[in-house]
Ligand binder design. Structure first.
Ligand SMILES: [Cu+2]
Length: 465
């Protein structure tokens, strides 16, 4: 009699389980995977299904910043890895394939998995091999996945992470735009911006001394032509992940307020009207907001040196009609300079590590980001505050003196075109080539006709002090 009881229980359990799942699971489909910042389309199915995910691990060299390369280890050939979208209750048949050119074995730990290692224990895969396991997506939410092969930190630091969304049965409310943004850090032998192929630095990783903190795998992956886009009146949903390996993100969008936040990627809207939300290493968040006015919104880690000095900066360009009631723009400009003396330093912008091609083209870019705020976009200056550069007799009389002013700053009385100015021009921290380009640009724009300045000229001026 004794062995009979447990057997009956097992039989009953498996019959119940069988009847339950066979009732629920209908059909089979192949998962749509997307590379960031794109997100697979919302799931419209009203029933669970079997979803087949084919994900490939590939090791490949790519751009970390302008002039900087890195040997990334990836899920799907990109950092972050492909976005996976399934529905609560789906049975996911997961195929992990390791490309034959890989040097390392890899596996995958999906935080959406209930089971040993989140799948890692069943997915250890040597180069040129494949592994298959399956799991039921029991808990809805936004989850990180990552490689968990030893040394785990190194596999993650090299780019092996991504997001999987398990949509709740009822789905997520429809929005106009969904984007995939994932923060992470890189630890390199060289410092931020040092050119060439940069190897991973284990010591810096252990010290948590990141050289790069970036969105979507590289400095500038979501700026300029690659910026995210939206139109006035739309609702935007960001699936935000943090691959770490070490740092917690203080995720913030300059110029917006999160109307709703699913903290930590959970299913509840846990907060409304949020300025900055924490995204833990190995965690996620869903943020939603309406965009009401045209703007160049700036996504940052508000641990702000990471944004302006290590790369954690992205753009969301909102186009459309102005709404002066929501935001007026500048109504009046006035001069207010209570502090006077003391030459301060303005930190270099992201241009400082770029190669300079045509000095006039580079010069214009450098001027726009480093000089135009004071001297104005057309070099016309601001009466009483900032002397003009367009048609400046002071500038054209001694071009190398202008180099000196940019390199070292200047304060005290100065006479430009018969007007006296008494302000502070901060030293602008730029490379010699950048100073040469921007001064050449200033000397040859807006009707100015001056000489070309070479980087060697700048080096000489710099060494004089
Ligand atoms: Cu790996």
């Amino acid at each position: 009699m004794r062995p009979f009881v447990p057997t009956l229980v097992i039989v009953l359990a498996s019959v119940l389980n069988f009847s339950c799942t066979s009732y629920a699971i209908q059909g089979e489909e192949k998962a749509v995977l997307t590379a960031a910042p794109h997100v697979p389309p919302p799931i419209t199915r009203k029933h669970p299904t079997k979803v087949v995910v084919e994900l490939e691990t590939v090791e490949k060299k790519g751009r970390l910043a302008d002039g900087v390369e890195y040997e990334f280890w990836t899920f799907g050939g990109e950092v972050p890895g492909s976005f996976i979208r399934v529905r609560e209750g789906d049975v996911v048949e997961f195929h992990l394939n390791n490309h034959p050119t890989s040097k390392m074995p890899h596996n995958i730990d999906l935080h959406a998995v209930t089971g040993p290692g989140g799948g890692a224990a069943a997915s250890f895969t040597a180069p040129g091999k494949g592994s298959t396991f399956s799991f039921t997506a029991m808990n809805p939410g936004l989850y990180v996945y990552h490689c968990a092969t030893a040394p785990v930190g190194m596999h993650i630091a090299n780019g092996m992470y991504g997001l999987i969304l398990v949509e709740p049965k009822a789905g997520l409310p429809p929005v106009d735009r969904e984007y995939y943004v994932m923060q992470s850090e890189f630890y390199t032998k060289g410092n931020y911006g040092d050119p060439g192929l940069q190897p991973f630095d284990m010591e810096k990783a252990i010290e948590e001394d990141a050289d790069y903190v970036v969105f979507n795998g590289a400095v500038g992956s979501l700026t300029g032509e690659r910026a995210l886009a939206a139109h006035v009146g739309e609702t935007v949903r960001l699936f935000v992940g943090n691959g770490g390996p070490n740092l917690v993100s203080s995720f913030h969008v300059i110029g917006e307020i999160f109307d709703r936040v699913h903290q930590e990627g959970g299913t509840l809207v846990t907060q409304e009207n949020v300025q900055t939300t924490l995204v833990p290493a190995g965690g996620a968040a869903i943020v939603e907001f309406d965009v009401e006015v045209p703007a160049n919104l700036i996504l940052v880690d508000h641990a702000i040196f990471r944004a302006f000095n290590k790369g954690a900066l992205a753009n969301l360009v909102v186009e459309g009609e102005e709404n002066k009631a929501v935001y007026s723009g500048l109504l009046e400009e006035s001069v207010y300079l209570p502090e006077g003396g003391g030459i301060q330093d303005v930190p270099a912008t992201e241009t400082s590590n770029e190669e300079i091609e045509d000095p006039m083209v580079a010069g214009e870019r450098i001027y726009t980001s480093n000089c135009a705020a004071c001297h104005q976009p057309q070099g016309q200056g601001l009466p009483g505050a900032f002397p003009p550069l367009a048609g400046s007799d002071y500038l054209l009389a001694d071009p190398l003196r202008a180099v000196d002013i940019v390199v070292h700053g200047r304060s005290g009385e100065i006479l430009v075109n018969g007007e006296t100015y008494n302000g502070v021009m901060p030293a602008v921290r730029l490379s010699d080539a950048e100073v040469a380009a921007v001064v050449t640009y200033v000397l040859n724009s807006w009707g100015n006709n001056g000489p070309e300045i070479s980087p060697v000229d700048v080096t000489k001026v710099r060494s004089k002090h």
